[in-house]
Design a protein around this ligand. Sequence first.
Ligand code: ADP
Ligand code: ZN
Ligand code: ZN
Length: 726
Amino acid sequence: MPVVLVAIDVPLSTLFDYLLGVDLVAEVGQRVLVPFGRKQVIGIVMELAESSELATERIKSVVQVLDGVPPLPAELLTLLRFCSDYYHYPLGMTVMSALPARLRAQEPIMIRQEINFGLTAAGRALDLATLPKRRVIQHRILQALHTNALSGIQIRTLSASAPANLKVMIEQGWVESTTIPPPAAAAHTFNVVHTPTAAQQQAIEAVTQTQGYRCFLLHGITGSGKTEVYVHLMNHALQQGKQVLLLVPEINLTPQLENYFRSRFPDAELVSLHSGMSDSERVGKWLRAQSGQARIVLGTRLAVFTPLPKLGLILVDEEHDSSFKQQDGLRYSARDVAISRANQRSVPIVLGSATPSLESYYNAQNGRYQLLKLTQRAAEQAQLPQVRCINTSNIPLQEGLSPAMLAALAERLQRKEQSLIFINRRGYAPVLMCTACGWLSGCPDCAGKLVLHLKDRRLRCHHCGHQERVPHACPSCGNTDLQPVGIGTQRVEEALQTHFPDARILRVDRDSTRNKGSWLKMRQQIQDDAVDILVGTQILAKGHDFPNLTLVGVLNPDGALYSADFRASEKLFAQLAQVAGRAGRADKPGEVLLQTAFPDHPIFRALRAHDYDAWAQVLLTEREQAGFPPYVFQVLLRAEGKQENEVYTFLKCAREAAVKLSNSVEVYGVVAATMAKRANHFRAQLLVQSATRKDLQQFLRAWRPLLEGLPAQKLRWSLDIDPLDF
Ligand code: ADP
Ligand code: ZN
Ligand code: ZN
């Protein structure tokens, strides 16, 4: 009897054999309901076979083939097999974690039939001259429908108020829903806004002239018009009838980008995919992509697994951003998976950034990637901001603010221009201290400190979520004089309000933007010039255009310079270059003031000179000497558990096994994680690295089965390939 090999969401590397009854037909990629243990679960058919190697009586039968949606395409299954191999994560779990929740569930999937709209006889006979001119949208819809029927999505692209107008027109008897499908747009509209600059043109041509796979690194300073390059590349792919995948790091940025690309390609169907949408919304969009109808797919990292039968181009914006890396489960890098996918499909991929990751930069230097550079701002009047340092090593600060910073803010207030104060710590102060005995507010369950949130008088752990009331007296000695130490966004906001009582100050951090929609409202406020001073964290750093913002002040960036994480200073540069890019986007010149105790550090020198290359060179030299990525490839074995000794015993055994196994890898010692205890679990890790990916993978193939054999009942452990956080 025929057998199907099924991927199931269980932590085992194998596929599972099931008999396919005579009345059942299944294809590779199809969803099936199968018995597993005492339950019935959903799985994906990965292979078909004539027979099984298992004894027939040991094989169970497929209960049902779920054929409500088309099977997953073979190319996606190939990509998922690759991910499972490369990230050493069980195949079934890899496959399942890539799918929208609805496809993993047993409930039947109801896909809303796409309804199309066409003119009725009355609508066709209607004399447009008799319809008042001010009903602009109705004119537009009628005109569009005269040529052919349109889908709801296509009509929506005509105007935001198109649906409301459509309703009126249906009531009038001019328009009706129809089953006649709209013709697939052969040609599409492309709204040209700018003529590309010479540098943009060069970049566009380099990509469009490529046949097959090639990875490009588009290194362009902030405001150099990378987005415009993407738009032209998309146009090229769309014209050839292809689909485009655009990955972006921030869920916050997707609505904005979605509207922007819609305005440029008004009749190409665009879907966006991110974790903030409902399950049914997500599966609907996924299926639009799978059917080839959605031509542009815009999304955060999970969108890299969207089925795209006509894929012609992949774009990864802000490729250096660490949010492309998933930090649990299948710990994939969406950027790296996108590169594999482009390679597998023989299509070009463009990685864009103002501050490329060192990995990508290194690959561009050694010729694996082709470098495309945009060194000037695209809009003629826009200049790069002037960057200066304020040396804080010998001046008194008031609540973290230097006199020079306060003076610069006062100047902007007078000129009615906006300022942004950037500080990477939310809350009021990072810790509360007793002035008598030195007690510090620590989290009872973590190795971290409790952050003081004065607004609601609570101490909060930003690692595990533990919170408690601010004590009236020191829990250790009873002294009532407890002082906040260090500064956070709330404290800066308060200090600025005291200093500039008339200024309109807006704080933007995870606390103030927690409610849905609040960030959109804030953004509008900023754009409407209803804000004088913004105080915020990295939420503000990314991709927003605030034309009246002329001053960016950065408080206390120095922590990253002596961090244990070797990537901390790389990240700091990217963050500061990005936040600096917010200043002076339009016709007003911008200024950036950095408060630091180390103004001569190469990072600040490079920032002042807007010289990413100089800084990248410093880092590459350091990394080469230290033997760190991108010169080596790493895997981190993490373990955590309630019993500290069990965690360490496990890792020590893992280490011994590794040392015995191979001499083509370098095995470090077992160490505590940066956050040695979190939510009552002790955390430690073991780093292994190798000069080549191939050697590391070969080592992992031998090591993983040994790890699986180690006793670890009360532990959780995981392998992190190409780890970003330590
Ligand atoms: P980036 O993505 O590199 O930060 P953007 O694509 O957002 O840059 O472009 C920055 C600004 O320059 C935008 O306001 C955009 O409209 C403008 N711009 C882009 N390309 C051109 C061009 N070729 N000519 C004039 N202005 C341009
Ligand atoms: Zn005390
Ligand atoms: Zn905690």
